[in-house]
Design a protein around this ligand. Structure first.
Ligand code: AMP
Length: 188
């Protein structure tokens, strides 16, 4: 089984969560979704959940220090030892620096960063179609705007590092999975 440490990036609605789960299954590594971890904390009503609930509902980003704690703890657990897919982290340049430190501290490297590209009009259509109970169109647009302003610089930086693999996400689910697997140079 291939052991790989990957980051998946892409605008909300690009299919990143679906692909992280599918590719994680194929590679035998856990798909770690920060959005899901935070939603679970909200559902459980933990102290973390109470702190982040409003921020998430508004489509804004949770602060970088909190996110570094969440991810640092998760990447230190046993099932992430032989590889992982990070879905939804890092989302800011500061988080990228924090991830570098977390990876160094937990003895991991980063093999590739996959960016799933989908045209804006399709992102809006998908986001509205699958929107969560309390998402207004305004929140959907805020999420997209936050992505453009804060996460696109992260993509540019990983491109400079030579880690970026851009994948066309405007295709069928299976085709995108295959494209990702070949982009990270894995045959399974
Ligand atoms: P997602 O399911 O990845 O779209 O995440 C849902 C929400 O969780 C986001 O809109 C943010 O409010 C929050 N979130 C998830 N990951 C991060 C992150 N890396 N940094 C800040 N906020 C995050």
């Amino acid at each position: 089984m291939a052991e790989l440490s990957l980051v998946f990036l892409g605008a909300p609605g690009c299919g990143k969560g679906t692909q992280a789960a599918l590719v994680g299954g194929r590679l035998g590594v856990p798909a770690i979704s920060t959005g899901e971890m935070l939603r679970a904390a909200v559902a459980e009503g933990t102290e973390l959940g109470q702190r982040v609930e409003r921020i998430m509902a508004a489509g804004e980003l949770v602060d970088d220090v909190t996110m570094a704690e969440v991810v640092g703890e998760r990447l230190g657990t046993a099932d992430a030892r032989d590889g992982f897919i990070l879905d939804g982290y890092p989302r800011t340049v500061a988080q990228m620096g924090a991830l570098d430190r977390i990876l160094a501290a937990t003895g991991h490297g980063l093999d590739a960063v996959v960016s799933i590209e989908v045209p804006e009009a399709e992102l809006v259509r998908r986001a509205l179609a699958r929107r969560r109970a309390d998402d207004s169109e305004e929140v959907v647009r805020t999420r997209l705007d936050v992505y453009r302003r804060k996460t696109e610089p992260v993509i540019a930086e990983y491109r400079q590092r030579g880690l970026l693999r851009e994948v066309d996400g405007f295709k069928g689910v299976e085709e995108v999975t295959d494209e990702i697997l070949s982009a990270v140079a894995v045959r399974v």
